[in-house]
Design a binder for this molecule. Structure first.
Ligand code: BTN
Length: 256
């Protein structure tokens, strides 16, 4: 018998300033808080991204984390990052008519400019284990307010559309899309999340530069595996599955 999760029920707690919404959600998880808690903050003093990078979190942007306790095999837990990225892509396309795309594993880009990022962190605690899905969207920040080295490769919804974004509205839209994808991870084995992620991933079929601890090489990004790994074809024709924790990927416009 397959266990199907009931729809996640969200409870939103908002702060003016925190270190990182992922940290606050984690503390609540350790305290026994159920799945569905959403922590938002107007600013983060220690917002972080993948591979130890910091995430610039001045006022104006949307920063939030969702606490999850998924009833999924570990091979499917790895698809949660793609589910969150797909949710952001869909909302930016539908609500702001932006040609948003996924950049594996955790970025959302518009015209090759990084406009949102997803940071999933899993951990064990007394009474179980939790996944925290942290999402940051550059909404109302002027690009010039970001650190200089980021400016050439960053986008924000306002800079791209000229529209002032209602962050509460955007949050609720993304939460609704994510709920749909999260449910389908439990219900259909991840098929529809993978289908959406493959459709939205801009780099498929293109040349990328792969940066690992020990080597740098160019390859063609040719697909996403059923567990969400990036499959690349090297110049000798061999294929390799890359895992998000191990690599950085560079496309024409910059590193993830
Ligand atoms: C990345 O680009 O590597 C991921 C960035 C994720 C940023 C979000 S903002 C809300 C949540 N809190 C954090 O400290 N990080 C995530």
């Amino acid at each position: 018998m397959v266990a199907i999760a009931a729809d996640v029920k969200y409870t939103i707690i908002s702060f003016d300033e925190v270190t990182s919404t992922n940290d606050v959600a984690r503390e609540h998880a350790k305290g026994g808080c159920p799945e569905g808690l959403v922590i938002t903050a107007a600013r983060q003093t220690k917002g972080r991204g993948r591979r130890g990078r910091s995430w610039h979190s001045e006022s104006g942007g949307l920063y939030f984390s969702i606490l999850l306790k998924p009833n999924l095999p570990s091979a499917r837990v790895s698809l949660i990052t793609l589910a969150a990225g797909a949710a952001v892509v869909e909302v930016l396309r539908e609500q702001y008519q932006l040609p948003a795309e996924l950049k594996w594993p955790n970025d959302v880009v518009v015209f090759d400019r990084k406009t949102a990022g997803v940071l999933c962190e899993g951990f064990h605690h007394p009474g179980g284990s939790s996944i925290i899905v942290g999402i940051g969207v550059n909404t109302n920040q002027p690009i010039a307010s970001l650190p200089e080295p980021l400016q050439a490769a960053a986008g924000s919804v306002r800079a791209l559309t000229g529209l002032e974004v209602d962050n509460d509205f955007l949050l609720k839209q993304i939460l609704a899309r994510f709920k749909h994808h999260y449910h389908s991870l439990h219900a259909d084995g991840g098929r529809s999340v993978l289908e959406s992620a493959r459709q939205y991933t801009a780099m498929l079929g293109k040349e990328v530069t792969v940066i690992t601890e020990t080597e740098i090489y160019t390859a063609i990004a040719c697909g996403l595996s059923d567990q969400g790994a990036l499959v690349v074809e090297k110049s000798d024709g061999s294929q390799e599955e890359l895992w998000a924790a191990d690599v950085s990927i560079q496309t024409k416009k910059g590193e993830d």
